[in-house]
Design a protein around this ligand. Structure first.
Ligand code: NAP
Length: 243
């Protein structure tokens, strides 16, 4: 049986990835910073008869990543798919002073911007760093990073928002670089723009439900992936996204 790991997965796009992957026959490791939230989300999916394994994971915590890596080794012996979904957007901060520090030039604070980059751009690499050996044991190892059209230089049409746009843009180039480094291991890594999606981050006016977005990404991107496509940045409809 194939094994998948999803980060930031107790709600939003993450929990929908878990549901649809499990329905597609994967054993799914549902991770969240707070174990109670992971267990709560897993419980309702397990009730539907799905194979879900809740674990705690803050994607910036390498000690937790090491522990998770050991647990995956002894429990499954391999991993076939990683969905690097966890992410933050400073626009959602309840503290608007903190938000401005990653958003507006006059308030800009390097540490606030670096915090967004740590979670959105560097952590996806850390996850792969700690699970590389387990990925290598899969017949077709895949890493899908959830990026954003806001990380596209050519598509950006407004200012500010430095933490988020910068972090997703860095994620795009980091993934391309990682894809080259992992080619000999035959690990396929791609970035995907999920579209504008109805979640806490996307808001309820967004174009797609989480079900529609994840269905699109599975059907048009994940199902057709090959090693030749590693390093690419896709749109949810399977077309290549402009950089
Ligand atoms: N919704 C959209 O329209 C849209 C568009 C483009 C891209 N995206 C991307 O899609 C991904 C999922 O977002 P979403 O829309 O589903 O938003 P969401 O509902 O806010 O989910 C974000 C998830 O990331 C988790 N997270 C944040 N920091 C974390 C950390 N250090 N370790 C582990 N988990 C962490 C959050 O957990 P906590 O609540 O515990 O912090 C939450 O579960 C993100 O990468 C986002 O940038 C979304």
């Amino acid at each position: 049986m194939k094994v998948a790991l999803v980060t930031g997965a107790y709600k939003g796009l993450g929990v929908e990835w878990c549901k649809q992957l499990a329905k597609n026959g994967y054993q799914v490791i549902l991770t969240a910073k707070d174990l109670n939230k992971a267990e709560g989300a897993a419980a309702s999916l397990i009730k539907e008869g799905l194979e879900i394994f809740p674990r705690s994971l803050d994607v910036t915590n390498e000690l937790e990543l090491k522990g998770l890596s050991n647990w995956i080794d002894t429990t499954f012996g391999k991993i076939d798919l990683i969905i690097n979904n966890a992410g933050i957007n400073p626009k959602d901060y309840a503290d608007k002073t903190k938000m401005a520090k990653a958003f507006h030039l006059n308030d800009l604070d390097a540490q606030e911007v670096l915090n967004v980059i740590h979670i959105n751009s560097i952590a996806p690499l850390l996850v792969v760093k700690h699970l590389r050996q387990q990925l290598k044991k899969s017949e077709k190892p895949m890493v899908i990073n959830i990026s954003s059209w806001l990380g596209s230089v050519s598509k950006l049409t407004f200012g500010g928002h430095y933490g988020y746009v910068g972090s997703k843009n860095i994620l795009n180039i980091f993934n391309k670089s990682m894809a080259y480094e992992l080619k000999d291991d035959k690990i396929i890594c791609v970035n995907v723009n999920p579209g504008w999606v109805q979640t806490d981050m996307g808001g309820q006016k967004a174009q797609f439900t989480t079900e529609q977005s994840v269905t699109n990404m599975i059907r048009h991107v994940m199902s057709n992936l090959s090693l030749e496509q590693s390093g690419k940045f896709f749109n949810y409809d399977g077309t290549e996204h402009p950089w």
